[in-house]
Design a binder for this molecule. Structure first.
Ligand code: TTP
Ligand code: CA
Length: 432
């Protein structure tokens, strides 16, 4: 089987095929404040409400949303031209026929001859996740939101709600909002700690909303298989099995000293996670981004200046939107160009003012382009790439010195429109 080198497919711990992939996901470690602070009186969260949400069949659902002809059909993402490629994910219709992540498309077609295999278009899925994170800010303060993976996040609802009834109401409001702005479903779990919230999400998929409380945890969680618990991979579950521990309930009821003897401090942590004694908090990104980049390879190579301008503008808009969603401005921009024969040229420019403005980035990128090798009918351009560096927090939240009077454009409102109706719906007039 071939390897997948796409940065949009990251092998997860415990996948049978994880050895086949080049990139390794590094999960943020749960921390245990009550262990770190030696505060032994606190063993579990009290009066806390965490939500975990996870898009259903993420990449496949986005593709089905964007092409109504694919709805209700068995679809997989990760294919290349022809029947090559590996299933990164599959729609629920395809899963029902036995298609699973990690299969080659050829293998998947044996189970499901009608499978529609689509290429992976990462930036589109990334934009959806950014929109989700932005939408969440309408419900809770930013410091209550943790992006956990490409399509999952945790939200601390505790500052807003006082009981499970309110938490479920807020959770359902969030789900409706995601459906409204993105026309996509997420499954959600709500509980008094992050581990149980994540497990609760698995209780009902797709489009589920499940609540796990101190009272119902045994009924809802304890019968789940131990490897469903975060951090318990194949090897650990094999060793747990040898100790007679098969379910999360078995793990919760296990002997602490036996677990410590077998797995060291991790053993104590696994047991605590299973018992609901996870006191970890929302983890915020401490390292601000140093750069943002985006490359786009065209299926049809181009050389005409109008098409080139259009391409540079498109990538620039994507980068600016990403900057704005992270409340960042850039001081340096890089443009690269790859030709059909793989020849490469690139250049940099330092911006006079830090910016996240579509027009400034486009103009600067065009300045770089003027100095690069030009594509021609004989040697067309296949890929454009843009990077922005020297990133700073946008403290003014205006779109900076565009004109002498510091006129600002309503980019944030426009970004919202783009989220709702697609990238092409509106565009700031840039003279071509
Ligand atoms: P998942 O959340 O695991 O899967 P999913 O969203 O496709 O399906 P569901 O949650 O309904 O079970 O992964 C989210 C996306 O991440 C998925 O669409 C493809 C990608 N992915 C990886 O990058 N690495 C992996 O190992 C897996 C399983 C998926
Ligand atoms: Ca998912």
């Amino acid at each position: 089987m071939k390897t997948i080198s796409s940065s949009f497919f990251i092998p997860r711990e415990g996948n049978d095929f994880s050895d086949l992939f080049k990139r390794v996901r590094i999960m943020p470690l749960y921390s245990f404040p009550h262990i770190k602070n030696m505060n032994c009186h606190i063993t579990e969260h009290r009066n806390r409400f965490f939500a975990h949400m996870d898009f259903d069949a993420f990449y496949a659902q986005v593709e089905q949303r964007d092409n109504p002809k694919l709805r209700g059909k068995p679809v997989s993402v990760g294919g290349m031209e022809g029947a090559k490629g590996i299933v990164m994910t599959a729609s629920y219709e395809a899963r029902a026929q036995g298609v699973a992540t990690g299969m080659s498309v050829l293998e998947a077609r044996k189970f499901c001859p009608d499978l529609i295999s689509l290429p992976c278009y990462g930036p589109k899925y990334e934009a959806v996740t950014l929109n989700l994170l932005n939408a969440l800010k309408e419900f809770v303060p930013e410091e209550c939101i943790e992006q956990y993976s490409v399509d999952e996040c945790f939200v601390d609802l505790s500052p807003i709600v006082k009981n499970y009834y309110q938490a479920a109401k807020l959770g359902s409001g969030i789900k409706n909002r995601i459906r409204e702005i993105e026309n996509l479903t997420v499954s959600m779990g709500i509980s008094y700690n992050k581990t149980f919230a994540k497990l609760a999400t698995k209780l009902k998929k797709p489009d589920g909303l499940s609540v796990v409380t101190q009272e119902n945890k045994e009924a809802k969680i304890y019968s789940m298989a131990a490897p469903k618990l975060w951090g318990v991979g194949k090897r650990i579950s094999f060793r747990l099995g040898a100790m007679g521990i098969i379910t999360i309930g078995d793990l919760a009821g296990s002997s602490q000293s036996a677990m410590k003897k077998e797995f060291g401090v991790n053993g104590i942590i696994f047991r605590k996670l299973a018992r609901g004694e996870d006191t970890s908090e929302i983890i915020l990104k401490t390292n601000p981004e140093k750069s943002l980049t985006h490359n786009h390879t065209m299926s049809e190579p181009i050389y005409k200046i109008d098409n080139i301008k259009k391409e540079i503008r498109r990538i620039g808009e994507y980068i600016c939107r990403k900057l704005r969603s992270k409340n960042l401005i850039a001081g340096n921009i890089h443009l690269s160009l790859r030709f059909e024969n793989l020849q490469y040229d690139s250049g940099n420019v330092k911006l006079t003012n830090h910016t996240n403005d579509d027009r400034e980035i486009f103009n600067s990128a065009m300045m770089i382009y003027q100095k690069l090798l030009k594509p021609s009918a004989k040697l067309k351009a296949r890929q454009f790439g843009m990077g922005v560096f020297d990133l700073h927090i946008d403290r003014k939240n205006t779109n900076l010195n565009l004109f002498d009077n510091n006129y600002s454009l309503p980019y944030l409102a426009l970004d919202k429109l783009k989220s709702k109706y697609g990238e092409e719906i509106i565009r700031i007039g840039i003279e071509n």
